[in-house]
Design a protein around this ligand. Structure first.
Ligand code: HMG
Ligand code: MG
Length: 321
């Protein structure tokens, strides 16, 4: 008889009891859809997600509607969503003009966004990295003076559709620059879904070594190559506590060729609850929102949990809700 090999106990011992889900579907998801939902359907979607237990949600983007036509209705959507106490509502803002619109629409939180890659900044926000940092210095200062909190995104952290691999130094430089301005959290974007778990460890270790605390970081994975849930598990084991995701697995940046959906909120919530990690989200209510959205967009959505749930309901001859 062979002796059984011993292994270190507690493989998942570092998982937290609770994770904060940051829902980006109404923004990252809808920005890339060819079907443009009417304002009332967007408002219904956002309110449905909040009723399912989402506590942090991105409503829209105050960007140039010529660049992102699907979110041209940003003023109406942001103004019409009924605010629920205890929930934070955010929106992307690229410049002072966007900040003024966000202020008029009653936003109390905004997010500035840029890439670690020079070329992606040129393609996505028509600025060099230096110009973007200078613009955001003013935007963040002014937003905070207006009493808003500001989140920051760093895109192309795991790779860029134009430049390929991106140096850790570029990621650290942009993340540190945004934090110094006063953003409260940096969301690290795997814009085109190329990251793998070891890379997650390498990048988080690099940011830690540069003096950035894990409590200041969130992860934002597009699931283009199927690695998002594995990457999230590693990020949580290492100490990250906020995960961005999109209902149904919608998403993608129109200025990042090859980018596809964000990791689906249902898939993340299913996995976390299964591992005993709480999110405060009611999975049944969430999946009924994504099933409704799939009907409105007239297409199958990428979420694996949604597909399994729809199959299960069909086998039982049951309606989805
Ligand atoms: P620009 O053309 O350089 O801007 O665009 P400009 O300052 O030269 O102005 C040109 C025109 O745009 C003017 O109008 C401005 O008024 C107007 P005109 O005089 O020609 O009629 N304009 C605006 N209109 C409405 N709202 C504004 C605004 N600003 C200027 N805020 C700009 C620069 C940044 C505005 C443009 O490039 C833009 O809107 N880009 C947005 C791109 C975007 O939203 N991409 C997707 C989000 S990023 C993402 O998805 C990644 C993320 O999910 C993380 C990840 O996955 O990694 C966050
Ligand atoms: Mg994204």
């Amino acid at each position: 008889m062979h002796a059984r090999a011993a292994r270190a106990p507690g493989l998942f011992a570092a998982l937290p009891a609770e994770v904060s889900i940051f829902e980006v579907g109404p923004r990252d998801g809808l920005q890339n859809e060819s079907t443009i939902l009417p304002v009332e359907k967007k408002v219904e979607l956002i309110e449905g997600l909040v009723d399912a237990g989402i506590k942090r949600i991105e409503l829209t983007s105050f960007v140039n509607p010529r660049w992102i036509p699907a979110l041209a209705d940003h003023m109406e959507v942001a103004a019409r969503v009924r605010r629920k106490p205890g929930v934070s509502y955010s929106a992307l803002v690229p410049n002072l003009r966007g900040l003024d619109s966000a202020t008029r629409a009653g936003m109390q939180e905004i997010a500035v966004f840029m890439a670690a890659s020079q070329t992606h900044n040129r393609k996505n926000i028509n600025k060099s990295t230096e110009e973007a940092l200078a613009t955001y210095r003013e935007v963040v200062h002014e937003a905070r003076a207006r009493g808003m909190s500001v989140r920051g995104y760093v895109s192309t952290v795991y790779g860029c559709p134009y430049e390929g691999s991106i140096s850790l130094d570029s990621v650290v430089r942009v993340a540190s620059g945004l934090l110094e301005m006063g953003v409260y959290e940096i969301s690290l974007g795997d814009t085109i879904g190329v990251g793998t778990p070891r890379q997650v460890e390498y990048i988080l270790d690099g940011l830690l070594a540069a003096g950035i605390g894990l409590e200041q970081l969130a992860v934002h994975f597009h699931d283009t190559r199927g690695t998002a849930l594995a990457n999230i598990t590693v990020a949580l084991q290492l100490g990250v506590r906020t995960v961005d995701s999109a209902v149904g697995g919608l998403g993608g940046c129109p200025y990042a060729p090859g980018a596809s959906g964000n990791v689906a909120t249902e898939d993340v919530v299913y996995m976390l609850h299964g591992m005993g990690v709480q999110t405060g989200v009611d999975l049944d209510r969430l999946v009924s929102v994504s099933a409704g959205l799939s009907g409105q967009l007239a297409r199958e959505l990428p979420s694996k949990y949604l597909k399994a749930h729809l199959g299960h309901c069909a086998r039982l001859g049951r309606s989805v809700t």
